[in-house]
Design a protein around this ligand. Structure first.
Ligand SMILES: N[C@](CCCC[B-](O)(O)O)(CCN1CCC(O)CC1)C(=O)O
Ligand SMILES: [Mn+2]
Ligand SMILES: [Mn+2]
Ligand SMILES: [Mn+2]
Length: 301
């Protein structure tokens, strides 16, 4: 089995190179996965600087729309390419807007895939509902084809169905997003449900919802801000009251245990925001989550 590491050092807002993916690889992720028995392809980080757009003024409230569109379209091609070769793309971010690309790529190769989105946020704002204009708060709405179309993102096919999406870890949802989740009957397990039922039951209910017969491939999109800031401090939009280290790992282990994982995103590791110790801690936890999702803890598979 081959894992393809797709390094995407892309940050938004304050667009620039996000060193997170570079730190994760420098922390030895390639060797760590090789030790797990994976053949690892890593063709270097995708330098998105060359994706230059002359001028990129906001469109409505959307910030850096043309750059984000070009970068995410490039990621869709890379991830889809690896998936079609039967490899497991492990995309390291970098901004969660990149999931527009990774999930488009996955759905191109696995049209029946379901998406398990681990996040403090729903990332489902449309051009109309966003308050920040930051596209990392919007990828899911584009993937579902919600809201008025934005021409710059016409390449994004609405290939994701609401019944194939489930959230775990939500605790900071905007008013517009609450409406969208309700109107589209999207299943979401917030931190309240995690407390109420425990992570084991929540993961089981989430899988029963999007993958009742365990027949669909799984794309796991993990935003490290789903974890409590005491566990993963170096991230762009931290929110208190998050998942513990073990709850985060349990999700990854349980999804690996299904044998259905076809793509993983490890997003929003942003080392430019914290002191060296906090950065190191966040990078170490990020690498550990990737190992857990690729079979580290489980002996029998
Ligand atoms: N929903 C937010 C955060 C998105 C986080 C993206 B990530 O990938 O990290 O999940 C929050 C918008 N808003 C910011 C100001 C606050 O007072 C209220 C929430 C938005 O910017 O749309
Ligand atoms: Mn971001
Ligand atoms: Mn996110
Ligand atoms: Mn988030």
């Amino acid at each position: 089995k081959t894992a393809a590491i797709v390094g995407c050092p892309f940050r938004c807002p304050r667009v620039g190179v996000d060193q997170g993916p570079i730190h994760l690889v420098e922390a030895g992720l390639v060797d760590q996965l090789t030790e797990l028995g994976w053949k690892v392809n890593f063709d270097g980080h995708h330098q998105f600087e060359e994706v230059n757009v002359a001028a990129d003024p906001p469109i409505g409230k959307l910030k850096n729309p043309r750059l984000v569109s070009k970068v995410t379209e490039a990621v869709a091609k890379v991830v889809g390419g690896h998936a079609k070769k039967g490899e497991l793309p492990v995309t390291l971010g970098g901004d969660h807007s990149l999931a527009m690309g990774t999930i488009s790529g996955t759905l191109d190769a696995h049209p029946d895939a379901c998406v398990i989105w681990i996040d403090a946020h729903a990332d489902i704002n449309t051009a109309e509902t966003t308050d920040s204009g930051n596209i990392h708060g919007m990828p899911v709405s584009f993937l579902l084809g919600l809201g008025s179309p934005v021409p710059e993102f016409s390449w994004v096919k609405p290939a994701l169905k609401p019944e194939r999406l489930v959230y775990i870890g939500l605790r900071d949802i905007d008013a517009g997003e609450k409406r969208i989740l309700k109107e589209n009957n999207i299943k979401a397990f917030s931190m309240h449900e995690v407390d109420k039922y425990g992570i084991g039951r929540v993961v089981e209910m989430a899988l029963d919802h999007v993958n009742p017969k365990r027949a669909y491939p799984i794309h796991l999109s993990f935003d490290v801000d789903a974890l409590d800031p005491s566990v993963a401090p170096s991230t762009g939009t931290p929110v208190r009251g998050g998942l513990t280290f073990r709850e985060g790992h349990y999700i990854c282990e349980a999804i690996w245990e299904t044998g259905l994982l076809v793509a993983l995103d490890l997003m929003e590791v942003n080392p430019s925001l914290a002191d060296a110790a906090s950065v190191q801690q966040t990078v170490t936890v990020g690498c550990s989550l990737v190992r857990a999702a690729l079979g580290k803890q489980l002996v029998r598979r």
